[in-house]
Design a protein around this ligand. Structure first.
Ligand code: M6R
Length: 591
């Protein structure tokens, strides 16, 4: 989704804006632009295409100390130069970059057109900058105008704003879309996440919804509801936020091969000196609840399915919902429910909407996220960080493993079962073995890369992992795929099986191994080419890939490594953009 950067002060503005946009490019975008003030005039450069394209078209040196930049992921209007940000206001007094969606922009646009304003783009964002200018022309006060737009706009808007006659102030507003401020001695920064700023500062302000203000070279001024407010600073860990390929050809490959380290890091955070270290109030809340409801999207939803099984082992009733479904068809399953929301980014709009609904009711929410200071983390009753480090590839891998690991540790902590530590250490060893066997997975990828459809089959944990395997493949290889429970095959999906459809079968659990072997016969007799991914003690001759045995609850951590590599290699073999697949964004900050 859109990325915002901005800076004010003594620094290389061109370098920060361009590198900052590159650091945000993993979020997904289709056009890019910057604006800066020079001699009381706003200069705008914006183009459809890449940040590199923008870089080649802007001056080599920019003699300004205040500027904003943007990568746009089209929502309102096609990707083109005109719809790209920054947008100038009608009288050209202001320039804005915006992340979010303005729900009532049509009404605002109509009202402003009646007031004589003209619009150039199809975007909702242009309505914001013109509304600010409209108010400013009446009150001559930018802060007051920002306060007023907060009352008028409906939807989500993180914005950075330049005012041509105030080159000493970089204005901003945060409402329901992410925006952070990076603080230094003689410059101040802002961005959609910490990645562009972390090389320059460790000191941050995590803005809350409804907060707005401005940055000068040496100071930050924060307001809410028309009043100045005290600023709370936070520190972030640079090593977890730097975007660096470290010699790898793609972030996805790097992130897959970090999974063992991530699991260890999580263990070190939540278990040391022979004891689990979780917030005692959280453990109490788990002990006292009788229902656990998970709400999440995409990969985080798939990790939630695994997490729910862990809570069942604590004899809790569980349910798992897709956030965008729950938001419109909420189910409340009693007063003694603990809500658990998983989110890599902590900024997913669908999940945040559910959180807001739950918070209004005072429901207890545990957020499990990779992003410290994110909207979800800050608004949670309890939160657990994943310590996975920045995940750049759009296809989430290490965050999935981190979620499963964290939930496994949490549930075993509730049972005070420290065997989980040995189990996870063994899993790490087994994962490292798979790193060295990836050539075998490449060979399988070569055999399925031209298929129009791929099926993944499994039962129990393997079924839930199949859903993730399927999502990963479709996201980055554009092959249609489905994850199907083995037993469901004959209730419909088998109609689609023929010699052109490879079927990848996971077998981890001995109680369903025989049934799965039966399913293999069923699809093979319809001509399907099968690839069986089994655990060592359940392997048969001819199985395509074998992983070490592990207690069944941790099997998704091993089998998913196979699935991640498979998706990666298919995408690579097809010559696709592994890290930035078409139409997708890393942080889905609009509903
Ligand atoms: O940041 P979140 O975990 O809330 O994101 C949820 C989904 O958008 C995300 O998992 C998406 O499905 C990934 N691209 C999957 O690889």
């Amino acid at each position: 989704m859109c990325g915002i950067v901005g800076c004010k002060g003594n620094m290389d503005l061109r370098k920060y804006l361009i590198n900052g946009l590159k650091d945000l490019d993993y979020r997904g975008y289709d056009s890019a632009g910057i604006a800066f003030i020079l001699k009381e005039k706003i200069n705008v450069y914006k183009f459809k295409g890449t940040v590199e394209n923008l870089e080649s078209k802007i001056p080599n040196h920019i003699d300004s100390d205040i500027g904003i930049g943007h990568t746009r992921w089209a929502t309102h209007g096609v990707p083109n130069d005109t719809n790209a940000h920054p947008h100038l206001s009608f009288h050209q007094h202001f320039a804005i970059v915006h992340n979010g969606v303005i729900e009532n922009y049509k009404d605002i646009k109509d009202e402003l057109i009646q007031q004589g304003f003209e619009f150039k783009s199809e975007t909702d964002s242009e309505a914001i900058v013109n509304l600010i200018e409209y108010y400013y022309l009446q009150n001559n006060d930018v802060l007051k105008s920002l306060f007023l737009i907060g009352q008028k706009l409906k939807g989500s808007f993180a914005i950075a704003l330049l005012h041509e006659s105030e080159p000493d102030k970089l204005y901003f507003y945060k409402q329901a879309s992410p925006l952070l401020i990076g603080v230094s001695n003689d410059f101040n920064l802002l961005a959609s996440d910490a990645a562009p700023m972390i090389k320059l500062t460790k000191k941050f302000i995590d803005l809350e919804d409804g907060q707005y203000g401005y940055l000068t070279s040496t100071n930050q001024f924060l307001f809410c509801n028309g009043r100045p407010i005290d600023i709370v600073y936070s520190n972030k860990e640079p090593e977890l936020l730097v975007k660096d390929l470290n010699g790898y050809p793609h972030f996805m490959l790097k992130e897959i091969e970090e999974i063992d380290i991530v699991i260890k890091r999580i263990m070190n955070h939540y278990f040391y000196e022979d004891k689990f270290h979780f917030d005692s109030k959280l453990i109490e809340a788990i002990n006292e609840c009788d229902h656990v409801t998970f709400i999440a999207c995409g990969t985080s939803y798939h990790a939630s399915l695994i997490g729910a099984r862990y809570f069942e082992s604590l004899e809790k009733n569980t349910s798992v919902f897709i956030a965008s479904e729950w938001a419109y068809y909420p189910k409340f399953l009693g007063n003694k429910t603990l809500y658990i929301m998983l989110s890599q980014s902590g900024e997913t709009a669908d999940s945040i909407r559910c959180m807001q609904m739950l918070s209004k009711l005072g429901a207890p929410i545990l957020v499990v996220t990779n992003t410290k200071g994110s909207t979800m983390e800050r608004n949670a009753t309890y939160s657990l960080l994943l310590y996975a480090g920045l995940e750049v590839a759009v296809a989430s891998t290490k965050a999935y493993s981190a979620m499963i690991t964290t939930l496994a540790l949490l549930c075993e902590a509730c049972k005070n079962n420290i065997d989980v530590i040995d189990d996870l250490n063994n899993v790490c060893k087994s994962i490292r073995k798979i790193y060295f066997q990836k050539e075998q997975i490449l060979q399988i990828a070569r055999q399925i890369k031209n298929s129009p459809d791929v099926f993944f089959l499994g039962r129990g944990y393997d079924y839930e992992m199949s859903l993730e395997a399927s999502l990963k493949l479709k996201e980055i290889s554009y092959i249609h795929s489905e994850g199907v429970p083995g037993g469901e095959l004959k209730h419909g999906p088998i109609a689609l099986i023929d010699k052109n459809v490879p079927v990848i079968v996971f077998i981890s659990d001995k109680i369903v191994a025989l049934s799965m072997r039966g399913n293999i016969k069923e699809v093979e007799s319809r001509g399907a080419k099968t690839f069986i991914i089994s655990s060592r003690s359940l392997k048969h001759e001819g199985d395509a890939f074998v992983v070490d045995d592990t207690p069944i609850y941790l099997s998704p951590l091993l089998k998913s490594i196979f699935a991640f590599y498979l998706a990666y290699f298919v995408s690579l073999e097809k010559g696709l953009n592994v890290d930035k697949p078409r139409n997708l964004a890393k942080a889905v900050t609009v509903e």
